[in-house]
Design a protein around this ligand. Structure first.
Ligand SMILES: C[S@@+](CC[C@H](N)C(=O)[O-])C[C@H]1O[C@@H](n2cnc3c(N)ncnc32)[C@H](O)[C@@H]1O
Length: 300
């Protein structure tokens, strides 16, 4: 197994931008591999498909007529699903060219309308905050927070683009889950407090590992033995750090929950399936938090 490095420089905005750019290249490669395993996605959405899990659907609530920003939307599958929940206007933002190109095509081929912008989330939030449009909901999920190199700036950007009483909603993998390697051996600190965790083997083909459970549009063998040529840089943040950043930006915490199972992702080799797309640690093993969710509201 490849060991992570902890020596990448993230001390200035320029240094962090350089790390984001490397992540972009890593995500471009991984996204191609991920989508290669997914069956006819345009058909899935044309036929009314919705890929959101019950946890975020419940937290998002009734989106009819609401405007929603989906940050770090990858190939747009959940963005189109937000439309399915009734959102009046949806925009997805992601740094990966491959992901945004795929998302635009998926929207056109499925007939589910959404706009997609390719941008570093930090650049987009600054640009959006400088404009006049304000949003009802800002959403991100499942593997988003780990790519954020500066939580305070991110949270301030979200607060700036929400309208008064607008909400930030997220469901993400728990930092405790990331402390353990695939054999569930304790391998990492809980938080690296903004210090990058560099993986020379980059973003993996975790869709291949998850198998058909993670691909509601059908399973295709696709790319085999994927090797990512581009390294990736993660930022492991504790839940208190994420919440503190949101509170520091002036948002009010309405909901925080931890789950001893996770959706759509199988982090360890030995796991117990709870239904088709949800896993927990095997029977007889002490439970650990595997996901968490947050809702934070902008005061009126
Ligand atoms: C695990 S994926 C999120 C998947 C998402 N839950 C979905 O709806 O499919 C993480 C995404 O974050 C994006 N990302 C990483 N760093 C970013 C940045 N600085 N700005 C914008 N997007 C970024 C990656 O390109 C990738 O698509």
């Amino acid at each position: 197994m490849v060991e992570p490095r902890f020596d990448a420089d993230a001390s200035t905005p320029e240094a962090r931008r350089a790390l984001h750019d490397q992540n972009r290249l890593s995500w471009d490669e991984a996204t191609r591999a991920h989508n290669s395993h997914k069956g006819d996605q345009a058909r899935f959405y044309r036929e009314g498909g919705n890929k959101l899990y019950p946890e975020e659907s419940e937290l998002l609530g009734d989106l009819h007529g609401r405007s929603v920003v989906h940050l770090q939307c990858n190939s747009g599958q959940d963005t189109l699903s937000l439309r399915r929940l009734g959102a009046g206007k949806v925009i997805g933002v992601d740094i990966s060219h491959e992901a945004i190109t795929f998302a635009r095509r998926l929207s056109a081929e499925s007939g589910v309308a959404a706009s997609f912008i390719r941008a570093d989330v930090y650049d987009w939030l600054v640009a959006a905050a400088g404009g006049t449009e304000r949003w009802d909901v800002v959403f991100c999920s499942y593997g988003a927070i780990i790519w954020l190199s500066d939580l305070a700036t991110w949270a301030r950007g979200i607060a700036a683009i929400l309208r008064p009483s607008g909400r930030f909603v997220t469901v993400d993998y728990h930092p405790v889950e990331m402390m353990f390697d695939e054999e569930r051996r304790h391998a990492m600190n809980y938080s690296t407090h903004g210090r990058p965790v560099t993986w020379e083997d980059g973003v993996s083909d975790y869709v291949a590992k998850g198998g058909p459970a993670g691909t509601p549009s059908g399973w295709v063998a696709g790319v085999q033995d994927f090797q990512n040529p581009n390294p990736s840089h993660e930022f492991h943040w504790g839940t208190a750090e994420v919440i503190s950043a949101l509170l520091g930006a002036g948002l009010v915490l309405e909901h925080f929950r931890e789950y001893d199972y996770c959706n759509g992702f199988r982090p360890y080799n030995a796991m117990k399936a709870l239904g088709r797309w949800r896993w927990t640690v095997p029977d007889g093993t002490p439970s650990i938090p595997l996901m968490y969710s947050i809702v934070a509201r902008k005061p009126t």
